[in-house]
Design a protein. Structure first.
Length: 456
C-alpha cells in the first residue's frame, strides 16, 4: 500500500482525533489484515498533518501500539507493523504454576495448608438453609454477608460487591476504571498476576518502586504529572516483600492523591493475617478508592470469594460489568462465608490458623537471618530473600525437589540484587532444612561465603 493511501485509510477510519481512538483504529486495521505485517506506518509528522492532530498525540498512539506488541519502532527504519495482536495470556501465572508443577515441595507459590482450613460442612449446610435460595435475580452481596463484613471493614464503605477471588476483583476494578492506553501506577516489585491483569486491559504499567515505608511517594508524585488513571497497590502483607505501609506513608499518600482523578485500588491478598487491622487510604480517600479482600487463603479455594468495598460509583460500575454475564457469586458461597465470619467455632479455627501462619513466618525469617540473610519481611506470608543469582539458586533448589519463585516474575524492570520469593507459611514442617537448603544454594551461586547475600 502506498504511503498516501495508508494515511487516507487511517484518516477515514478514525472517528475521533485523539491518541486512544487512533491507536484502536490502527489496531483494528492490523487485526483485520488491511494493514499487513511489514507495513511501514506513516511518519508521526505526516499523519499528524493528515488528521490535524498534535505530533505528541500521534506519538502516544504509536507507543500504545508498541505496548500491544503489534509494531516496532526502528531509529532509521520508522515504525513497522509486526503482526496482528496476539491473544492475551496470563504469562506470569503460567510461569508460577509451571515452577511448582510436579515438585515434591512448592515453597514459592501462595499455597495454604489444608489442615488449617475451617470445617466447610457446617458453613455449607447453614448457607443451604438460608432464605432466598435459587432466586433468579442476583445480588451484589447477601444481607447476611454484608452484616458480617461491614463491622470489620477498615473504612466506611458505601457499597460492597462479592467476586470470585481477589484477581477477579482486580480485573473488574481495572476494567471499569481504565481504558486501553491509560497509565496505571503499580508498585514494584508486586504480585505477578497484577502485571498480567494490567496488561490484559491494554493499560501501560508505571512502576513505583517500593521504599522503606511503602511505594516511593516521590516517584508517585512525578508519575501523577502524566495523568494516570489508577494506582494499584497492596497496603498489607505485600507479596512478595512481606511488608505493610506505615501510618506516615498513608498520611502523605493521601495528601498527594486527594482531589486527583486517580482511582486507588487496594489489594489485600491474605487479610486474615492482619492482627492489628488493615492499613488503608480508605478513611482519607473514600470517594476515589476500592479495597479488595481475598478469602481464599483463609477459607479454601472452593470458597472462591473476595469482597470489594468502596464507593457506590465504583462498585456499581463493576456490578454492571458482571450483569453482562453469569459471573455473579452464588448465594450459597456468599452465605457460607458469612457463617464462617460470624460462627464462634469457625472464627476460633481461623484465628488459630492465623496465629500458626504468623508463627511459621516469623520462625522462617529468623532461621534465614541466623544464616546471614538480610530479610525485611515482617507481615503477611511472603519472605523476600536476597540472593547472588536467582536463576542459579532456583535451579539448585529444584535439584533437591524444592520449588521457589525467582524475583524477575515480580518485576517489570531488572533490579539488583536478585531475590527469590518464599511462602513462609509452608516451610513449617522443616524450617531448618529449607533455610539450610536456601543458604547452600546461595553460597553455591556466590562461590564464596564472604560476599553479598550475607550480612556484614
Amino acid at each position: 500500500m502506498e504511503p498516501d493511501q495508508l494515511r487516507r485509510l487511517i484518516a477515514t477510519r478514525t472517528p475521533l482525533h485523539n491518541a486512544n481512538v487512533l491507536a484502536r483504529t490502527v489496531l483494528e486495521l492490523i487485526a483485520s489484515g488491511e494493514i499487513p505485517p511489514g507495513t511501514r506506518l506513516p511518519t508521526i509528522r505526516d499523519l499528524a498533518g493528515e488528521l490535524r492532530m498534535s505530533p505528541s498525540a500521534v506519538a502516544q498512539a504509536w507507543r500504545i501500539l508498541a505496548d500491544r506488541r503489534v509494531v516496532e519502532t526502528h531509529r532509521r527504519g520508522g515504525t513497522i507493523v509486526t503482526g496482528p495482536p496476539s491473544i492475551p495470556r496470563a504469562s506470569r501465572l503460567e510461569r508460577m504454576l509451571r515452577a511448582g508443577a510436579g515438585m515434591p515441595v512448592d515453597l514459592g507459590n501462595l499455597n495454604y495448608d489444608p489442615v488449617l482450613l475451617p470445617d466447610s460442612e457446617p458453613a455449607l449446610l447453614a448457607a443451604a438453609r438460608m432464605p432466598k435460595l435459587h432466586l433468579l435475580e442476583p445480588e451484589l452481596i447477601t444481607p447476611e454477608l454484608r452484616d458480617a463484613v461491614e463491622p470489620i471493614w477498615p473504612f466506611p464503605a458505601e457499597d460492597f460487591l462479592v467476586v470470585h477471588g481477589g484477581m477477579d476483583g482486580v480485573d473488574l476494578a481495572l476494567g471499569t476504571a481504565v481504558k486501553a492506553g491509560d497509565r496505571v501506577m503499580v508498585e514494584e516489585p508486586s504480585f505477578p498476576r497484577l502485571f498480567d491483569i494490567v496488561e490484559s486491559v491494554g493499560a501501560t504499567p508505571v512502576s513505583i518502586p517500593y521504599g522503606e515505608e511503602g511505594p516511593d511517594l516521590d516517584v508517585l508524585e512525578k508519575a501523577l504529572a502524566d495523568k494516570p488513571s489508577a494506582f494499584l497497590y497492596q497496603p498489607f502483607g505485600h507479596v512478595p516483600l512481606g511488608r505493610s505501609v506505615t501510618p506516615a506513608w498513608l498520611e502523605r499518600a493521601a495528601s498527594l492523591l486527594s482531589g486527583s482523578s486517580v482511582t486507588v485500588i487496594e489489594v489485600v491478598i491474605i487479610p486474615f493475617l492482619a492482627e492489628d487491622g488493615i492499613p488503608s487510604l480508605g478513611p482519607r480517600l473514600g470517594s476515589q478508592l476500592v479495597q479488595i479482600q481475598n478469602f481464599i487463603f483463609s477459607h479454601g479455594s472452593d470458597c472462591r470469594v473476595a469482597i470489594v468495598g468502596g464507593t457506590h460509583h465504583h462498585v456499581e460500575r463493576m456490578w454492571f460489568k458482571i450483569t453482562y454475564s453469569s459471573r455473579w457469586v452464588s448465594r450459597i458461597l456468599q452465605n457460607a462465608l458469612a457463617f464462617h465470619l460470624t460462627d464462634a467455632v469457625s472464627s476460633a479455627s481461623v484465628a488459630v490458623s492465623a496465629a500458626t501462619y504468623r508463627r511459621r513466618h516469623t520462625d522462617f525469617v529468623e532461621a534465614l537471618k541466623e544464616r546471614g540473610f538480610e530479610i525485611g519481611s515482617d507481615s503477611g506470608i511472603s519472605v523476600w530473600v536476597p540472593v547472588p543469582d536467582e536463576h542459579s539458586v532456583s535451579t539448585r533448589l529444584a535439584r533437591k525437589g524444592v520449588s521457589i519463585l525467582p524475583g524477575f516474575l515480580f518485576r517489570k524492570q531488572p533490579a539488583a540484587p536478585d531475590h527469590i520469593h518464599v511462602n513462609g507459611g509452608t516451610a513449617a514442617t522443616a524450617t531448618e532444612y529449607f533455610a539450610d537448603a536456601i543458604a547452600d544454594a546461595a553460597d553455591f551461586a556466590l562461590g564464596s561465603r564472604s560476599r553479598s547475600h550475607r550480612a556484614p
